[in-house]
Every structure is written in C-alpha cells, then in structure tokens.
Design a protein around this ligand. Structure first.
Ligand code: CTP
Ligand code: MG
Length: 233
C-alpha cells in the first residue's frame, strides 16, 4: 500500500542494512544469518515488513548478495538486494540509490532488530505523513553521564531530555538523499541516519517505541530475544 500525505498516496520503501559482519557477536556466521528460535534473524526482520500493509517494497543491503538472495530473495515485497559497504552508512546509501521514484517514504531498519512490533511500525510510518523525519526511540531510564577521556565526569544532562534511538527511522526520500549528499561532501559519518538529517537542519521527531526492540549485538542479546519471543507462535 502507501501512506496518504498531503492528499497524495506516497509509496513506502523499507531499507534493511544487513551487510555487517557482527564483530561483537563473534563466531563465524554474521548474526543476521543466525537462527533465533529456529529462524534466521533476517527472515524474521523481513517478515515484519511483509506483514505491514503500509509497506510496498523492501530493499536489502547485503555483504554476501548471493547468500542473502538465497535466504530471502523469494520472499514477497523483496524488490532488490544490493551490495552493502564498509560502514553501515555506506550500506544504507547503496540501498537508497536503489529506491526508485519520488515522492516516497523510506524507512531504514537494522536487520539485527527482529523484535520490532507491528503497532510501533505502523505508528511511526503514519506519523511520517506529517513530519519528514521520524525516529523510533525510548526515554532513557538510567542517568547518563558525559565522561572525558580521563574517566572524569564532565556533565550530567537532564534525563528528561534524553532518548535512546532505535530503528526504524523514517524519512521522506528527498530529505534523506539530500542529507546523504551533504554528509558525503563533508566526510561526515554518523552512528544513525537521523544524525545526517539533523545536519541539514530538517527537524527530526521521536516516536515512542518499546525497549524490547533491541538490537542483537552480543550473544547475551540472543538469549534475551529468545526469552522475549517465548510464547509467540
Ligand atoms: N550493517 C551494514 N553494513 C555495515 C555495517 C553494518 O549493513 N557495513 C548493518 C548490520 O548488518 C546491522 C545494522 O547495520 O543489521 C546495525 O549494525 P550493527 O549492529 O553494528 O551490526 P554489525 O556491524 O554487523 O556488528 P558489529 O558492529 O558488532 O561488527
Ligand atoms: Mg557495526
């Protein structure tokens, strides 16, 4: 389907960066290919978007394009699988260039976040109809300190202003393309996609998600995810 924005039906593409090597996970197989309760992480992540009626197509950035095609190439909505790059940002850019036709809404979602819930996904996509940049985030529960290289605390920002950001991060495609061009011109590498958009002065809004939308980073995260999925079909 698509999203109605300003009287237009705007198609929705999902970009899944899945080209990482999972250094912090360790082991010989990249985490997106590891089974989580019997199913590869990437299959679970792709299925989240197949099941969302607002999503039209899925573009995946892969390290091993052939292995990724063998795993998810025949799944519905998987339109293209492109070669990713050295950094996550390079992988997202490779996929963004494979997204055709604008106006369009683009949602970027880590392959390594298979626990996103349908309500948050649909909610953030709908919110994007009225704001060009929406990121799923949760208020932080711990007190966060800024610490200098000498290990000494520099500042304690007011916790009420701090959110931990996740994916999906949803953008109007023209805004995201402009943000990437600027970042590449400046040699800027961000740790998320929204930070590129912030640099071009476009307001980025947070959409409240759930703490359970964790990114599988270490083997312990797999154990937590298995526990969270317990009882699911
Ligand atoms: N990713 C990517 N291209 C890269 C690096 C990361 O597409 N060059 C993807 C990963 O596959 C993952 C997502 O970006 O789905 C989030 O990255 P992260 O959790 O850091 O995964 P890895 O980079 O694989 O893990 P690590 O940093 O531990 O090596
Ligand atoms: Mg990484």
């Amino acid at each position: 389907m698509s999203i109605e924005a300003g009287g237009l039906q705007v198609p929705v593409s999902v970009i899944i960066p899945a080209a990482g090597s999972g250094r912090r996970m360790g082991g010989g197989t990249a985490k997106q290919f590891l089974p989580l309760r019997g199913e590869p992480v990437l299959v679970r992540t792709v299925r989240l978007f197949i099941r969302c009626p607002l999503v039209d197509e899925i573009v995946i950035a892969a390290g091993d394009v052939e292995a990724t095609r063998a795993l998810v190439g025949d799944m519905p909505k998987v339109a293209r699988i492109v070669k990713g790059g050295a950094e996550r940002q390079d992988s997202v850019w490779a996929a963004l260039q494979a997204v055709h036709s604008r106006p369009r809404i683009v949602a970027v979602h880590d392959a390594a976040r298979p626990l996103l819930t349908p309500d948050v996904l649909e909610g953030v996509l709908r919110a994007a109809a009225t704001c060009p940049a929406q990121v799923v985030a949760v208020p932080v529960q711990d007190t966060i300190k800024q610490v200098g290289p000498d290990g000494v605390v520099v500042a304690t920002p007011d916790r009420a202003t701090l959110w931990a950001v996740q994916t999906p991060q949803v953008f109007w495609a023209d805004v995201l393309v402009r943000a990437f061009h600027r970042a590449m011109a400046d040699g800027f590498v961000g740790t998320d996609d929204a930070s590129l958009v912030e640099r071009i002065g476009v307001p980025v809004r947070v959409y409240r998600g759930r703490p359970t939308n964790l990114k599988l980073t270490t083997p312990g995260d797999f154990r937590v995810a298995e526990a969270l999925l317990e009882g699911d079909a």
